[in-house]
Write a protein of this length. Sequence first.
Length: 551
Amino acid sequence: MFRHALDVQVLDGLNYVTFEAVADDARVNVHDNRIKGVPDKFEDVSMSQEDAPFHNGDRPDTRDATVARSVDQGPMRQSPPPGGDENAAATSTQVRAGFVLFIACAATFIATLDISVANIALPRISLAFPGASVTTLTWVISGYAVTFAALLCPAGRLADTLGRGQVFVSSVLVFGVTSALCGASNSIGLLISARVVQGMAAAFMIPAALAITLAATPIQRIPAAIGLWSAVAGLSAALGPVIGGALIAGWGWRSVFFVNVPLVVVIAITSVRVVPMHRPAQRAVWPDPLGVLCFAGGIGLVVAGLTEGSTWAWISWRTAAAMAAGIALVAIALIRSSTRSNPAIPTGLWRSRTFAKANVASFLFGTALFLGGLAAPLFLALIWNYSIWESAGALSAATLASIVSATVAGRRVTEETTFVFASVGMGMLCLSNIWMGSSALGLERQLWETWVPAMVLGGLGIGLAITAISVAAASAVSPLDFASGLGLNLTARQLGGAVGVAIVATVLAANRHNLLDGFHLVYDLCAVVSLIGALAGLALRSRSEEPAAFG
């Protein structure tokens, strides 16, 4: 029984919810103060404490009734007194949300940047460690990519359990320490080990970053926030060759890792000041540890098999063993997660048809993105003999276009129109790849006649699709499960990316004596995948359903 009257407002990431607990009355009234014009996410309810649903089935003590509901969903603030300055409170909330978005974008920028800059640095790294084989050197790239893809989903699940703010700040610090270790490495073994841990830190950092952003952002601004976040992610990937090339030319390959350290310090200090550090609900249940290990190990082995298949040979025992063992471990994790109260994988989220379809669309988008994204710089270097700087300039057309379209989509897309933006975006990407796969793109440099228009068309499509798919996934899950849901959706995209990388490597290896035909085939395959992705985008058409929760 409550001993005192309470009136506490909680920003739950979607709405302001007022909790009223009247003295000696064991009932909790939840009033949903929605913003006019915003789709409903919660209904006004009056529930007894014994009947009130709490995350993971936890039923907190009545003296702490507001704590469990406010878990990691935004700052808890007292209701403004009668006649108080509500506009000032709203402005303060918007300012905080802006700072949180800035921090999330900065963290995403350095995590994504570290994939592409390492690619540029690999030739210089091979000179620093002449005794390392080519296969060993590739794990400077693969070690990061494999652990990043393997841990995205478990990382999101753990962030929801341990606290998103705490997980975000901790992972940022680990990312900074491992970046310094990469730069200071005096052996290839230490460098690869540091890169593996760095990929783990990035896997925890990204879903937590986006989750704290969504939790701190008013609902009507969530699509715009996702659009900006998507644009920053695309920008960092495209700027990788430019930034990496400049750093390597001026200060050597170690500088591409050392440059992260001051950025991490700024992000960490700012995060401690503005990111909400809410403790999890009382008696929060940790995810099944065996399931986490099985899923992470399984995804890692599958990605390793896809990434290294062309190097090991697709019919080799190593490729077959990695793929078979990976699939088996993922299957075990899925079976355990469907039968346990503390699942490693939030399989309950797939009860939402929208979320399940968003995962499929994300997988197809990732496949198409990595297919075209890897083929483009290779084409410029191998067919047109472009330098790093020339390639960066040619690739910037798609980058700038994706930034513009992602920003516009973020302001325009709604829960009901995600299917339009996703299908149109993937359709534009399909047309772009049909163009690139035709005879219009040949041995003769056709930069302004073919390359730039096709890149702009594809870039516009990428910005629309990535924003719409992310909004669809975020809107389909409960605020309590933001990190878990986003981690699962990003895992789908990374798996698709691994498939895309494997396709590019296999096709170009099979056409090494006629690379132009090989590139045309890659773009044709990308067009097919994009077309299927456009159909998957149409399937995102919203139907009325409650946000999914795995608990």
